[in-house]
Ligand binder design. Structure first.
Ligand SMILES: Nc1ncnc2c1ncn2[C@@H]1O[C@H](COP(=O)(O)OP(=O)(O)OP(=O)(O)O)[C@@H](O)[C@H]1O
Ligand SMILES: [Mg+2]
Length: 459
């Protein structure tokens, strides 16, 4: 019997948990849920208003309408390709369908339409356990009665040997002990502290894998503890460890950091990114935190109301948002919007200012002569300036000094309902009620179609 697990976990410098990378491809994925009967009845009431009595044909119509109305389309034509080894961040407001999308990929929800490929396998009809994915949830879902070691080992013990990967398990098992005796000894000693357990060949292999993973996540000193003896961040790392140990084809992470305090969140975020780079496992990471999205992802997929709005690297999303929703959602404080009118070739007019755009806009503005557009400008691209026809005359409503930065909320003169935010240098002292002029960095202006919200460069 081994003295301690940690003694025997002197692992080689090379990790045996190098990822089996796989591309994840979603083609026209749809998911709808049946709506509650109350919702459909309410909808039907509206739909059938004006029908005094139900004739048999109107009854049939109501039945038809009921079947039509009794679905909520949560995912609508999702196309997404996550490349081998990529960290894709899925971001969007609450209720937009992020968790549903992960659950559909994991096989925890049935698809309504479309195809999902993992590696070269079409997995539409495969059970979750056959998809070779590991999911990490917001609530760590650790087994309270199992030690950290056993929590990490749990998935490994349940895996068939053939799926351990790279013939590694077979290489390591060369025991002459009959497996039923081993199983008996393992079973009898499993509840003992780690150093006292009997380790079969399979358990030795598991121990090595758990050792590697726990070292990677810096929880190797906690293996003997129960979940209730851990902090939130440690529990989170154990949950990650359990996912990593299985060496899946892809990780699906659903807001895994939202239970942590701000500092731990930042630390764990960095750790997850480092780990993902080290392991190179394809990862889809769901969050509604914009900072997490900007700092973690190789690419970001922005979702709204069941549809993907844009997929691009973080800075491209920030600098070239495809539509008003993305422009407003990514960036804090959000982008400001002002309605303006186009005078080709390059003039943008408003009752209070008039601005000439850089020459590069000419070809995009041509079709919009005389039309209204939404001008978008980020708070950091507004600065305090002097009176001029191209500048905005505003009144300061609120000053928020954060130390490193100062944000001001202002309204356009004579339109108290308009609200804009600007970032100014903290050295400047301003008071609420002051009248000032703001200039816009003309090369940082965005323009959107008011009706569709689409960015003009997209058209
Ligand atoms: N089993 C279900 N039956 C009916 N509607 C559901 C079901 N599961 C989710 N929904 C609905 O689908 C929509 C998307 O839910 P989902 O949990 O995917 O959102 P989310 O983007 O993960 O939100 P959050 O950021 O709050 O976690 C919501 O409107 C939700 O009410
Ligand atoms: Mg969710």
């Amino acid at each position: 019997m081994e003295k301690t697990i940690t003694n025997k976990l002197r692992f080689e410098t090379k990790l045996s948990i190098l990822a089996s990378v796989a591309k994840v491809v979603l083609e026209k994925v749809y998911k709808s849920f049946p709506s509650s009967s109350k919702e459909s009845t309410e909808a039907l009431k509206v739909e059938t208003l004006g029908i005094p009595t139900l004739t048999s044909s109107s009854e049939q119509k109501v039945k038809r309408d009921r079947s039509k109305l009794s679905k909520i389309n949560v995912l609508r034509s999702i196309n997404l390709t996550v490349e081998d080894g990529e960290l894709m961040v899925l971001v969007g407001p609450s209720g937009c369908g992020k968790s549903t999308l992960l659950r559909v990929i994991a096989g925890l929800e049935e698809l309504t339409g479309g195809n999902i490929w993992i590696g070269d396998r079409l997995v539409n009809n495969l059970l979750p356990k056959e998809r070779d994915l590991a999911m990490v949830f917001q609530n760590y879902a650790l087994y309270p009665h199992l030690r950290v070691y056993d929590n990490i080992a749990f998935g490994l013990r349940r895996m068939e040997i053939g799926r351990w990967g790279k013939g590694e398990m077979e290489k390591n098992i060369s025991s002459s002990t009959p497996s039923w005796i081993e199983n008996l000894l393992v079973g009898m000693t499993r509840s003992l502290p780690l150093g006292w357990r009997y380790l079969s060949q399979k358990e030795k292999f598991i121990a090595r894998r758990v050792g590697e993973v726990s070292k990677l996540l810096q929880i190797d000193t906690l293996l003997d503890r129960f979940p209730k003896q851990l902090s939130g961040g440690q529990k989170q790392r154990v949950a990650l460890g359990r996912a990593i140990a299985r060496n899946p084809q892809a990780f699906l992470m659903d807001e895994p950091l939202s239970n942590l305090d701000a500092q731990l969140r930042t630390e764990t975020r960095t750790q997850i990114v480092k780990l993902q780079r080290q392991l190179g496992t394809t990862t889809i990471y769901v969050t509604h935190d914009r900072t997490e999205a900007m700092t973690m992802g190789d690419r970001i997929a922005v979702m709204d109301r069941g549809q993907i709005q844009q997929i691009a690297p973080p800075l491209e999303i920030y600098n070239r948002p495809a539509n008003r929703f993305v422009a407003e959602f990514i960036g804090s404080p959000p982008m400001n919007f002002i309605e303006v009118r186009v005078k080709t070739p390059l003039l943008i007019n408003h009752a209070l200012f008039s601005l000439t755009l850089p020459q590069t806009w000419a070809k995009f503005l041509e079709p919009y002569e005389g039309r209204s557009l939404l001008l978008g400008i980020r708070p950091e691209h507004l600065s305090i300036s002097s009176p001029a026809p191209q500048n905005l005359p505003v009144q300061v409503d609120l000053v928020e000094a954060l130390g490193n930065d100062t944000y001001i909320s202002v309204s356009l003169r004579e339109s108290p309902d308009s609200c804009l935010q600007a970032r100014i240098t903290p050295e400047l002292v301003l008071q609420a009620g002051e009248s000032i002029w703001l200039s816009m960095a003309s090369d940082k202006i965005h323009l959107f179609e008011p009706e569709t919200g689409r960015a003009i460069w997209q058209s």
